[in-house]
Design a protein around this ligand. Structure first.
Ligand code: AMP
Ligand code: MG
Length: 418
């Protein structure tokens, strides 16, 4: 790996993350969702902290089918034949008491009867004439799930700001919580800008036209994260038209995300549209490829996120930055992205003054080790390089050359995660 120190006018990714993160104001509003409407619950952000109302499970219960006895009686005489006094099935607790020297036949999930403290699997027992002999040694608590094993009374089922996962839903159901207060959905507006940009719904798009990939892709990225946005409006490269579109979006939405026209070229008008609308600029230009011209501004707590036009940049910026900010607006604490170092199987040269994020696949090298390979063709417009990628490989600022075998941070996409 070759390195070079170089100062830059561009703001590094982690600083950008922090600058915006510190300024984000949480959107108010919450609504109740019910366990009977799982799709309305999963992926939302909890607006309350709920604690276990009681121990879960409520009672000690049996973990295997077998025989329950008191350990001290077995230790006093390991050859003892214990008379089977009761049969205790799941859902049918035994009202009586099992004395020392007696046994109960028990089934998985049954409430542990009173008087016993260990359970032996029936394959470890001999049964003869209604009496049971244990064939192995035991210990107190053997094959017993103690009350509160899952959660003790008062422990947290779900915390304010948690994303509601299927595991959380399982836990809420286990605790008998049928309703959860979640943050109201963010109102997100999308604009795709550029004279060349046309919609896939437009039948007469000519060869000079680029069909809007960013709008629908952003809608998809948002939907996969539990957000929603109406179709992007397409706005030409015209300051007035863009400023008007910004103004309308800011009236209605909590967040405006644009793509295209984010640079400082003659036909790049997002900076001007921010200015015309009194949007305070939080930063402009990030030390990252793809994504360099990105800008973020804020007005009355509303966020304006101007992404570059290239679809790979849109995707990468959304994943690395935008998704986290949107979740934060709903009260989820900012969390560092998951990075795992892996050796690379490719060579690459780059500028020192920015980090580069390449689309990568994890492959197995000749020695059986996981190794990162570049996925598809390079280039910020190459949507096909995103398809089938396992994640992004980061080549940090300061590195100018990467060789086979160098270890670099890998950020997995969820498609290949669990
Ligand atoms: P810009 O950031 O406006 O300079 O655009 C950079 C590149 O991205 C140009 O080649 C545009 O044609 C392309 N582009 C801009 N907007 C979109 C879009 N919505 N969908 C697909 N490509 C786009
Ligand atoms: Mg443009």
């Amino acid at each position: 790996m070759k390195r070079q120190d170089k100062s830059s006018e561009l703001t590094p990714l982690d600083i950008v993350q922090q600058i915006v993160s510190e300024r984000i104001s949480q959107v108010s509003g919450s609504e109740a969702v019910s366990l009977s409407d799982i799709s309305a619950m999963v992926g939302r952000i909890s607006a309350e902290t709920i604690r276990a109302p009681q121990n879960l499970p409520i009672t000690d219960n049996v973990a295997v089918d077998g025989y329950a006895i008191r350990l001290s009686a077995l230790e006093a005489n390991p050859k003892e034949w214990f008379p089977v006094k009761a049969t205790v099935r799941a859902g049918h607790p035994f009202a009586g008491h099992i004395a020392a020297g007696e046994a109960a036949a028990v089934y998985t999930g049954a409430v542990l009867p009173e008087g016993v403290d260990c359970v032996f699997m029936h394959e470890d027992c001999l049964l003869k004439d209604g009496q049971v002999q244990i064939q192995i040694s035991g210990r107190a608590g053997l094959n017993i799930r103690p009350a509160g094993e899952n959660l003790r009374q008062g422990e947290i089922c779900i915390a304010d700001g948690d994303i509601v996962t299927p595991q959380d839903i399982g836990q809420l159901a286990a605790a008998g919580i049928a309703q959860l207060k979640v943050r109201s959905k963010l109102k997100i507006a999308l604009l795709s800008t550029g004279d060349e940009v046309a919609s896939a719904f437009q039948t007469a798009a000519g060869n000079a036209q680029i069909l809007d990939a960013n709008g629908p892709m952003l809608q998809g990225l948002l939907a996969a994260d539990g957000f929603e946005a109406a179709s992007a409006q397409i706005i030409p490269d015209n300051r007035e038209a863009l400023s008007n579109a910004f103004s309308k979006a800011l009236d209605k939405a909590d967040v405006l995300i644009t793509s295209g026209g984010a640079s400082d070229g003659l036909e790049d008008h997002t900076q001007a549209a921010m200015h015309d609308n009194g949007v305070e600029s939080l930063f402009w230009r990030i030390a990252m490829k793809p994504g360099r011209p990105m800008a973020v501004g804020q007005k009355a707590g509303k966020l304006v996120i101007c992404l570059p036009g290239n679809p790979v940049a849109v995707y990468v910026c959304y994943k690395l930055l935008v998704a986290g900010w949107l979740k934060q607006m709903l009260g989820m604490p900012a969390k560092p992205l998951l990075r795992a170092e892996l050796p690379v199987g490719f060579q690459h040269k780059k500028r020192a003054d920015r980090a580069e994020f390449l689309r990568a696949r994890v492959e197995t090298s000749d020695n059986g080790q996981a190794q990162l390979q570049i996925n598809g063709r390079k280039g910020a417009g190459v949507i096909s390089s995103l398809q089938g990628a396992d994640g992004l490989v980061e080549i940090p600022i300061g590195i100018t050359e990467v060789q086979v075998g160098d270890r670099l941070p890998f950020l997995p996409f969820r498609e290949r995660g669990l």
